[in-house]
Design a protein around this ligand. Structure first.
Ligand SMILES: Cc1cc2nc3c(=O)[nH]c(=O)nc-3n(C[C@H](O)[C@H](O)[C@H](O)COP(=O)(O)OP(=O)(O)OC[C@H]3O[C@@H](n4cnc5c(N)ncnc54)[C@H](O)[C@@H]3O)c2cc1C
Length: 386
């Protein structure tokens, strides 16, 4: 094998984006993945992902989101493919809803284009979506969805065009970093490079080696409901926006119908812990489906209950539900992007260039301090011992 400047472990959302960014800066890149590019065994499948800027999880993500939007537009131009559809997002919840309050807070702080509406006005504008009268609605017109598999294909194709090698069917078993470079052991032999980027998705616990960050993998289900023919046009992309409801029953969200599969709905809250991501049960969970169907009945009453597809996908949670992006505290030749906690995909187009900065220059000027791997060390050191 010829020498690589940088090895990337994982060619999912973050790995494919990193490979494209690294190769774009002239690095010789080798990206390794156990599965194909893309595939449906990790965290990056199921047709669509939300993208939005009024970020209720933490307003510090907003500058990264501006970068991410630019990155997706650049990728669309490079791939001549439509990847981001800004159909808008209607978020609804009670006035005390953390998501509603957080979205409005981020929007005010960063002067984002967001409207706060009473529920009755939202009902008049989007008649297929039913919010309770005492709810508040937040409308973000620039939000929308990304076509998840197309995005990964586009990054992988761009990386290859720029000279990167993406090898599928290679399982990484271990890595080590020394003063002269890195070595990666796989089921297909050893690979060597100057630098390493680790983007392992649900396999973070084993590969990232940050003992103070207990990554927890959750199984999440996606459900597609086909509307009755008389209502099909009203639920189609172009008419229905993306939607999200923060209620005491959980946080649910969904997408307009892109094709005959219909409207996709999922629950962001909850989820069963997964011991081994390789052997997760991908069957239909009737209780989960009943919960999502109840939300659909209450909030999208004309949708009906024709379940045509379901899928299982994996969240990789950190203790604070924020990402881990930075140089490995024990190995400065190694950059890590992990623990995307169920909301990372939209950032991949920003994370790729950040990983390229970290791997090639040893630092990034992007505002990622709040995502540093070391933040958990400080918390652990403050905890009383004994
Ligand atoms: C149901 C669901 C809904 C979501 N909704 C949204 C949303 O609306 N908006 C949003 O922004 N985000 C959303 N997310 C989160 C987002 O999809 C993830 O944060 C993102 O896809 C994670 O990308 P990743 O590169 O970390 O993981 P992945 O894309 O899974 O990539 C990790 C890769 O590493 C490879 N790998 C791991 N271990 C090894 C090994 N030992 N050897 C070789 N290869 C290895 C895997 O095969 C995999 O390809 C959602 C996630 C799920 C599951």
């Amino acid at each position: 094998m010829p020498h690589a400047d940088v090895i990337v472990i994982g060619s999912g959302a973050m790995g494919a984006a990193a490979a494209a960014a690294l190769a774009g800066r002239g690095a010789a890149v080798l990206a390794l993945d156990r599965f194909g590019v893309p595939h449906d065994r990790g965290s990056s499948h199921g047709a669509t992902r939300l993208i939005r800027r009024a970020y209720f999880e933490h307003p510090d993500y907003v500058p990264l989101l501006h970068e991410a939007y630019r990155g997706w537009r650049d990728l669309e131009a490079a791939s001549e493919t439509r990847l981001l559809v800004p159909c808008g997002l209607l978020l609804g919840g009670l006035p005390g809803s953390e998501a509603v309050a957080g979205a409005l807070h981020a929007a005010a702080l960063h002067r984002l284009d967001v409207e706060r509406l009473p529920a009755v006005e939202a009902a008049a504008r989007w008649p297929e979506i039913r919010l309770d009268d005492d709810w508040i609605a937040v409308w973000e017109p620039g939000a929308g969805y990304l076509l998840v598999e197309e995005c990964i294909r586009a990054f992988a194709a761009l990386a290859r065009r720029r000279g990167a090698r993406l090898e599928a069917g290679v399982t990484v078993q271990a890595w080590r970093a020394g003063p002269d470079g890195v070595a990666v052991e796989t089921d297909r032999g050893s690979f060597h490079a100057d630098r390493l980027v680790i983007t392992p998705g649900a396999w973070a616990e084993h590969l990232v080696r940050l003992p103070r960050i207990p990554f927890r993998v959750l199984r999440k289900s996606l459900f597609w409901y086909r509307p009755p023919p008389a209502a099909a046009a009203a639920f189609a992309a172009g008419r229905l926006p993306c939607f999200a409801f923060d209620t005491p029953a959980g946080f649910h969200y969904g997408f307009p119908a892109l094709d005959a599969d219909g409207v996709k709905i999922a629950e962001h809250s909850g989820g069963a812990t997964v011991a081994d991501p390789l052997s997760v049960d991908r069957g239909l969970d009737a209780a989960e489906e009943a919960g999502v169907a109840a939300v659909a009945r209450a909030r999208l009453p004309r949708l009906g209950h024709d379940l045509v597809r379901h899928a299982a996908c994996l969240y990789t949670m950190t203790p604070d539900a924020h990402f881990v992006i930075g140089l490995h505290p024990d190995a400065p030749r190694v950059a890590v992007a992990a623990g995307f906690s169920g909301h990372g995909f939209k950032f991949a187009s920003a994370v790729g260039p950040i990983l390229a900065d970290l791997a090639l220059e040893g630092r990034s000027h992007a505002p990622i301090g709040f995502l540093a791997p070391g933040r958990f060390d400080a918390a652990a050191d403050r905890r009383p011992r004994g």
